[in-house]
Design a binder for this molecule. Structure first.
Ligand SMILES: NC(=O)c1ccc[n+]([C@@H]2O[C@H](COP(=O)([O-])OP(=O)(O)OC[C@H]3O[C@@H](n4cnc5c(N)ncnc54)[C@H](O)[C@@H]3O)[C@@H](O)[C@H]2O)c1
Length: 283
């Protein structure tokens, strides 16, 4: 009988994209707490190196921090070579690089009789190039690392990929059409790849975080000056049965579960970590 704990994770090797971000940092801590050797790869070189050094100091686990652009194949290839040279293998890939852009965000939630002439505030004011950039970062930024690092996993006949999706993937959130469509495509791709890799020993799942107060959304959800909830922040909390925002640490357990052999028969799921948001119909 298989023992049920996270011990199998010790000395495995994880690649974490966007690893120096707010949620990435917490996930990196969770990995190191479980003895996983961790490569923090991020566009922000200094942040990736600083985090890697701190993790190494605090947890005594081997880590590496690398500047990588998830949209640049040669940058990813270089990173893969450095990681293989340093650790000899790659067991886990967590695709956490992602985000939104103000230029791909509408000011209006809906077109209504009172604002019908505010053409730049709604859908028709969106900048198509920014739309593409958001789509690229979230979707292509998941696809390209998966192609690169997934190949090593397939060749070894084992590995786990976890994509970081969002609540906006299930039903799109108002104002963020590019981000919502891109994260929906991440869900769809997660399921497609789980099937495609179904007999290879490589599993593919996703986590859909609910609402976490982070740098990306702090001033959408709270007022910059007063710290009070904005109308949008209030709406979100009213629709979150837990009645609070998530803390980055809340993602750790879900991530470790999906990576460890405890979930060895779990493949192609999108696991919400959302305080019940996605289960609630609003009434
Ligand atoms: N914050 C939330 O409430 C929330 C909710 C749901 C989903 N998410 C998703 O979780 C993930 C992490 O979000 P976060 O809040 O920690 O964001 P964050 O902005 O703090 O972190 C994102 C990290 O990705 C890096 N990055 C950006 N572009 C990159 C590129 N081209 N190549 C490599 N790295 C790049 C950034 O430097 C940053 O360190 C994202 O995919 C985000 O969409 C966040």
């Amino acid at each position: 009988m298989k023992k049920v704990d996270f011990d199998d994770m010790k000395n495995r090797v994880a690649v974490l994209t966007g690893g120096a971000g707010v949620l990435g940092t917490s996930m990196a801590e969770g990995l190191c707490e479980s003895g996983v050797k961790t490569a923090v790869i991020d566009l922000n070189r200094e942040a990736a190196i600083n985090l890697s050094e701190r993790l190494n100091r605090e947890y005594g686990v081997e880590t590496i921090g690398l500047e990588v652009n998830v949209l640049d194949k040669s940058s990813l290839q270089e990173a893969r070579d450095s990681i293989i040279e340093r650790f000899g293998k790659i067991d886990y890939l967590i695709n956490a690089a992602g985000g939104n852009s103000p230029k791909a965000t509408t000011k209006l939630e809906q077109i209504e009789p009172g604002n019908v002439n505010d053409i730049t505030e709604g859908f028709f004011g969106l900048d198509a190039e920014s739309f593409r950039q958001v789509f690229d970062l979230n979707f292509m930024g998941t696809l390209l690392p998966t192609m690169l690092f997934g190949k090593n996993m397939k060749e070894r006949g084992s590995g786990v990929i976890v994509n970081i999706s969002s609540m906006s993937a299930f039903s799109p959130l108002t104002k963020v059409p590019a981000y919502s469509a891109a994260k929906a495509s991440v869900n769809n791709f997660t399921q497609w790849l789980a099937v495609h890799f179904g007999k290879t020993g490589v599993r593919v799942n996703a986590i859909a975080p609910g609402f976490f107060l982070t740098d990306q959304n702090r001033f959408l959800l709270t007022d910059k000056n007063t710290g009070e909830l904005t109308a949008r922040g209030e709406k979100i909390l009213a629709n979150t049965p837990a009645g609070k925002f998530g803390q980055p640490e809340d993602l750790k357990g879900a991530l470790l579960f999906l990576l460890s052999d405890m979930s060895s028969f779990v493949n192609g799921v999108i696991l919400p970590v959302d305080g019940g948001y996605s289960a609630y119909g609003g009434v």
